[in-house]
Ligand binder design. Structure first.
Ligand SMILES: Nc1ncnc2c1ncn2[C@@H]1O[C@H](COP(=O)(O)OP(=O)(O)O)[C@@H](O)[C@H]1O
Ligand SMILES: Nc1ccn([C@H]2C[C@H](O)[C@@H](COP(=O)(O)OP(=O)(O)O)O2)c(=O)n1
Length: 226
C-alpha cells in the first residue's frame, strides 16, 4: 500500500486559546510530529536571560541570536527542548521568561534563525507535522495543507491560564496576557496574525475535546481531498 503524503498543519492564535493542548492531541491521534514554536522562542529567551544579555537593546539580542543551539523533539507524547544540550523544559516556563519573550522574539535575527529550524523540522517529518505558534500560517509555512487560527475571549483565556499558574489571580493574568498579545501583534517582524486562508475556530464556548475533534476532522477532510 502506498503511504499517504505528509500533511502539514499550522495552528496559530494568541495565548491561552488552546494551541498547545489541541496541537499535541491532534498530532498524537493522527500519528504526526508536533512542534511548539513558542517553546523555541522561550528557549532562546531563557539563554539570553541566563547570559545577562541586555534585553532592552535589540542590537545586543541580534548580535548573539546565532549562539545558542536549540533542539526540539517532535514526539507529541514527549515533546522536548534543549539549549546547548541542556533540558530547559522547566526553566522556559518561568514568569521571568514569559515577561521577556516578546522583546526577544520581536528581533528579526532571532526570527530568521528560529524560522530556519522550524522549516527544517517540518520538511523532515515523514508523516507530517502539526506546528503551533503565532506566524506559522502567514510566514513560516505559508504552503501548509491546513491552517487553523484559534481564538477565545480574553476572560476565557485568562481563566484557563490562571488555572494553570497556582496563586495567580485572573485579573493580573488577563492584563499580562493582553499586554503580550499586543506586543506580539504589533511588532514589525512577522506579527501574530490570521492567514487569509486560515479556518478560524472560536474556542470560548468549546471544550478542549470539541476543539480537538474539530481540528482532526479538518485534517481528515484535507487528506481526503475535500
Ligand atoms: N477549549 C478549552 N476549554 C477549556 N480549557 C482549555 C481549552 N483549551 C485549552 N484549555 C486549557 O487552557 C490552558 C491553556 O491551553 P494551551 O493549550 O496551553 O493554550 P496556548 O498554547 O494557546 O497558550 C491549558 O490548561 C488547557 O488545558
Ligand atoms: N511562532 C511564534 C511562537 C511564539 N512566539 C513568541 C510570542 C509569544 O508570546 C512567545 C511565547 O509563546 P507560547 O506559545 O509559549 O506562549 P503561551 O503558550 O501563549 O504562553 O513566543 C512568536 O513570536 N512566534
Amino acid at each position: 500500500m502506498e503511504s499517504a503524503p505528509p500533511v502539514v498543519v499550522a495552528i496559530d492564535g494568541p495565548s491561552g486559546t488552546g494551541k498547545s493542548s489541541t496541537s499535541k492531541a491532534v498530532a498524537a491521534q493522527l500519528a504526526l510530529s508536533y512542534l511548539d514554536t513558542g517553546a523555541q522562542y522561550r528557549a532562546i529567551t531563557w539563554w539570553m536571560v541566563s547570559n545577562g544579555i541586555d534585553l532592552e537593546d535589540p542590537s545586543a539580542i541580534a548580535a548573539v541570536a546565532g549562539k545558542p543551539e536549540i533542539v526540539s523533539g517532535t514526539d507529541p507524547g514527549n515533546p522536548t527542548i534543549t539549549v546547548d544540550g541542556m533540558d530547559v523544559a522547566g526553566p522556559i516556563r518561568t514568569q521571568e521568561v514569559t515577561a521577556k519573550v516578546s522583546a526577544v522574539s520581536a528581533v528579526q535575527e532571532v526570527r530568521t534563525r528560529i524560522t530556519e529550524l522550524q522549516r527544517a523540522l517540518a520538511g523532515s517529518a515523514e508523516r507530517g507535522i502539526v506546528v503551533e505558534g503565532r506566524d506559522i500560517g502567514t510566514t513560516v509555512l505559508p504552503d501548509a495543507d491546513l491552517k487553523v487560527f484559534l481564538t477565545a475571549s480574553p476572560e476565557a483565556r485568562a481563566a484557563r491560564r490562571s488555572g494553570e499558574l497556582k496563586g495567580s489571580d485572573v485579573h493580573s493574568t488577563r492584563e499580562a496576557l493582553l499586554k503580550r498579545d499586543a506586543a506580539d501583534s504589533s511588532r514589525t517582524a512577522s506579527p501574530l496574525a490570521k492567514a487569509a486562508d486560515a479556518v478560524e475556530v472560536d474556542t470560548t464556548e468549546l471544550t478542549l475535546a470539541q476543539v480537538i475533534e474539530c481540528v482532526v476532522t479538518l485534517v481528515q477532510e484535507k487528506q481526503a481531498g475535500k
